[in-house]
Design a protein around this ligand. Structure first.
Ligand code: IMP
Ligand code: MG
Length: 176
């Protein structure tokens, strides 16, 4: 058990399980894109640890860059109020893989995917460390999924509770 701010969390996936899953995911990505010099786009802040481990499991030519979704005034049809910032690379005709820590309602990823597709990449895939299928609120195809989890709140391995708890090597779930 760990304590993050006012809440207690218990271990759900160990560092070993996570690293084993990442090795398999890297092999899947290599089979699909190993000869295509893919560009990974990691979504800050949460994906920084997962992205670092996934990138280090790649033994073929690839690049990485980082983006952030920042809030702005206004709303689009999905109800999201975000804007993509930090994309410093031309993704036209590139094979792109978005790296995300967690897909919950899916709205963040749906919106990001839409924004990136407007720039005409050769292909666009999504890799996420954790996915809550029962929480999904939009049609979203995830190409590489680390762990499927139920609608519970997770911390660790980049995931935070109010900004805290990102540094743990394992993934923890809220203890009821
Ligand atoms: P979405 O609902 O799929 O748009 O997820 C939005 C964001 O909520 C994610 O990128 C995370 O930053 C955060 N989030 C969703 N579920 C969790 C969780 O269980 N722990 C920590 N952050 C979460
Ligand atoms: Mg996030």
């Amino acid at each position: 058990m760990i304590q993050v701010l006012d809440k207690r969390f218990r271990k759900l996936f160990s560092e070993n399980e996570i690293q084993e899953r990442i090795a398999k995911m890297a092999a899947e990505i290599k089979a699909d894109l190993g000869d295509k010099s893919p560009l990974f786009i990691a979504v800050l802040n949460g994906a920084f640890i997962f992205a670092a481990d996934l990138m280090r499991a790649m033994d073929f030519p690839c690049e990485i860059t980082f983006v952030k979704q920042s809030s702005y005034q206004g709303m689009d049809s999905s109800g999201k109020i975000t804007q993509l910032i930090g994309l410093d690379r031309d993704i036209k005709d590139r094979h792109v893989v978005i790296i995300e820590d967690i897909v919950d309602s899916g709205l963040t990823m749906y919106h990001l995917r839409d924004q990136l597709l407007q720039q005409n990449p050769a292909s666009l895939r999504i890799a996420c460390c954790t996915f809550k299928p029962d929480a999904l609120k939009c049609p979203l195809k995830l190409d590489y999924v680390g762990f499927e989890v139920s609608k519970l709140f997770l911390v660790g391995y980049g995931l935070d509770y109010d900004g805290y708890g990102r540094q743990y090597k394992d993934i923890y779930v809220l203890a009821e």
